[in-house]
Design a protein around this ligand. Structure first.
Ligand code: KG4
Ligand code: ZN
Length: 341
């Protein structure tokens, strides 16, 4: 009997300020991944400069692909399909990943597929040993999105609520900037908050007194600015008050979404899911309400190529692909437009 050839997916992430490459094997799971973060390039400007991001993706993508393949003792010829982030994200940065993936796939005569970046985040917990089972509620919290989603199966997503203004990661970043913490702000703010007192200030929990599952975080940032103007010596206390207000708002809405959908599994992903206070709040809520809570490992909370390889793998291995020859990106793209697998 001839053994069935494994399906190996190469994943390319380039939607913002990280070039990520992943390699997913149909039987062995994730067999390699590498990341190049552009933090140093953008930090002197206090935020991501799109043109610099695109130029750096061009330099990093191919060497990273070569390194990931070499580490896995594989060559380009072993790849069965290539997945790349098609959106949402910065158009120039997305074009780089798309052009690299499409050209390689064309030359290797294999299929390629544009992946939705947020589907990558959403499925990242499936890279862990203990995986959530469908259906579940997902909280996606990144620099560009804050969403609660009812996930019936891969590709079957119903948005239950989202932010009406700033994404929660954006609010962390902007508040960090107000406190002079630089970029990227979220992790720096979380670190400073550890030294703050939870009793010094109480910030409002936005939108929790309104029905529904939408969010609003821009007011919290304004509250932080006004408090800082009055109490410039209490940076850590302000960071703490902001973090407590943001994370408990997220927890309250997750609890509401679980009640509303009658689901008992919660998946939390995206950059802000790395936040330890958020994890503590959600774990405590899950214990109290009989819900299991799943997260990706820390390094797969923020952008990475492994999640794009995984999300692409589910689709490519079932025969889905994007028309060949076309460099296709979708900088604005709703999760609800995706096809089921
Ligand atoms: O998912 P991600 O890497 O990129 C986007 O798709 O946006 O998320 C980045 C966001 C940034 O806003 C960053 O400040 C935030 O995630 N972040 C955190 C933490 N780590 C990353 N926010 C709060 N606490 C953290 N530990
Ligand atoms: Zn992301």
């Amino acid at each position: 009997m001839t053994p069935i050839k494994p399906f190996i997916t190469l994943g390319v992430e380039s939607s913002c300020d990280e070039t990520g490459i992943g390699l997913y094997h149909s039987e062995k799971g994730l067999i390699g991944h590498q990341l190049f973060s552009q933090v140093e390039i953008h930090s002197e400007y206090g935020g991501v400069v799109p043109e610099l991001a695109s130029r750096d993706h061009i330099q990093r993508a191919l060497p990273l692909i070569k390194a990931v393949l070499a580490d896995a003792h594989l060559t380009l010829r072993d790849i069965s399909g290539i997945a790349y982030t098609a959106g949402p994200g910065l158009a120039g940065a997305l074009l780089v990943g798309s052009a690299v993936a499409k050209s390689l796939a064309w030359s290797l005569k294999i299929p390629s597929l544009g992946v939705h970046h947020m589907e990558g985040h959403l499925l990242a917990p499936l890279l862990e040993k203990e995986v959530p089972s469908f259906p579940f509620v997902a909280l996606l919290v990144s620099g560009g999105h804050t969403m609660l989603i009812d996930v019936k199966a891969i590709g079957e997503y119903e948005i239950l609520g989202e932010s009406l203004d700033d994404a929660v990661g954006e609010a962390f970043d902007k508040t960090a900037k107000i406190l002079g913490l630089g970029y990227p702000g979220g992790p720096a703010l979380a670190q400073l908050a550890q030294q703050g007192s939870p009793d010094a200030f109480k910030f409002p929990r936005p939108m929790i007194d309104r029905p529904g599952l939408d969010f609003s975080f821009s007011g919290l940032k304004t509250f932080a600015r006004n408090t800082f103007a009055k109490h410039p010596g209490q940076k850590a206390d302000i960071a703490k008050a902001f973090e407590v207000a943001a994370t408990s708002t997220l927890m309250i809405k997750c609890r509401r979404a679980l009640e509303q959908t009658k689901r008992t599994t919660l998946v939390v992903a995206g950059g802000v899911s790395a936040n330890l206070s958020l994890r503590q709040e959600l774990d405590a809520m899950g214990l109290k309400h009989g819900a299991q809570v799943f997260y990706p490992r820390q390094e797969f909370c923020t952008d990475n190529g492994a999640m794009i390889a995984l999300a692409g793998h589910f689709r490519l291995s079932k025969g889905q692909s994007t028309a060949s020859g076309e460099i296709a990106i979708q900088p604005r793209w709703s999760l609800e437009e995706l096809e089921p697998v």
